[in-house]
Write a protein that binds this ligand. Structure first.
Ligand code: FMN
Length: 298
């Protein structure tokens, strides 16, 4: 009932763990992998990175605002941690990569021969153009996907930033580069001010917003991408219940990713999977037949 095939990966259910939520330890990934259709690792770059100092994550009712700054132990150390995971779990492992220029993505792939797929985090600052992230430029996005497709046979998912004028143009560039799927979306640019100290809350001042408040934006991105692209779309942003997940699937998502919901419940994915299962049991349908169904009624 719940099985889907996305970008060549067979998933027992369409609910994936989103990147960056559970830190770098394989033990926490293993717990989530008991229920998730797939898990996506925290993004990793070649070198170790400290990230921004605290406060780096702000938890509000409507949303999470974070500026973690891609803290990462570096590819070599992280590879050891993820290898442990891959030896102990059959759940597909998607390794999320970040880089500050396209060619760096290629050098990262070698560290993770056990990955089921790679996800490219395109929301990273460009090395030669401070302030601009790779994912806002169509040519760079196409190039990032091409260079990694040249060195691996594994599926490549391009994770898109919503901080662009037209996400479909960027999605199309990823598709032209050879991406096997797009993930929509990463966080929306945001910030918060503390009214007592009268200072910005995050040490980095600016961050990215995720959680419930992001849902409508992410859903619209999925809808638009589904209409224009041939490759599958994976929905991500503000999903915390099975009803949210179903909304994304009806809008065109072949699978969904869940991130911030873990700040409110450690059993978020389990609850979503069970809810979808029960819904399908009642309607007698299969999830794969519901992908994009809302477009027929629009
Ligand atoms: C604390 C935190 C860290 C994140 N780290 C990453 C990351 O390393 N790589 C990435 O691609 N996305 C990262 N994200 C973005 C999420 O994977 C996801 O795209 C976003 O939060 C929207 O989904 P959500 O509303 O379910 O959280 C992070 C989000 C949060 C809240």
């Amino acid at each position: 009932m719940l099985e889907v095939e996305v970008a060549g990966m067979k998933l027992r259910n369409p609910v994936m763990l989103a990147s960056g939520i559970l830190g770098s330890k394989h033990s926490s990934l293993l717990r989530i992998a008991e229920f998730a259709g797939a898990v996506v690792s925290k993004s990793v770059g070649v070198e170790r990175r400290e990230g921004y100092r605290n406060p780096a994550v702000l938890n509000r009712k409507c949303c999470i605002v974070n500026a973690v700054g891609l803290a990462s132990p570096g590819a070599e150390v992280f590879s050891g941690e993820l290898r442990e995971f891959s030896m102990k779990s059959k759940t597909p492992l998607v390794v999320s990569l970040f880089a500050s220029r396209p060619d760096e993505f290629a050098s990262l792939a070698d560290y993770f021969p056990f990955a089921s797929a790679f996800e490219l985090n395109l929301s990273c600052p460009h090395a030669e153009n401070a302030g601009m992230v790779l994912g806002v430029d169509e040519k760079l996005v196409k190039k990032c996907v091409q260079v990694i497709k040249d060195v691996t046979d594994k599926p490549v998912l391009a994770k898109l930033t919503p901080n662009v004028t037209d996400i479909v143009d960027i999605g199309r560039a990823a598709e032209e580069g050879g991406a096997d799927a797009v993930v929509a979306v990463n966080t929306v640019k945001a910030m918060a001010v503390d009214i007592f100290s009268r200072k910005p809350v995050l040490s980095n001042i600016r961050g990215g917003m995720s959680g419930k408040a992001l849902k409508g934006i992410a859903l619209r991105c999925v809808w638009d991408l589904y209409e224009e692209l041939e490759i599958p779309v994976i929905g991500c942003g503000g999903i915390s219940s099975w009803k949210d997940a179903l909304e994304f699937i009806l809008a065109g998502a072949s699978a969904v990713q869940v991130g911030s919901a873990f700040y409110y419940s450690y059993r978020a994915i389990e609850g979503i999977v069970r809810g979808l299962e029960e819904y399908l049991r009642l309607t007698g349908e299969k999830i794969k037949d519901l992908i994009g169904a809302a477009h027929e009624n629009a």
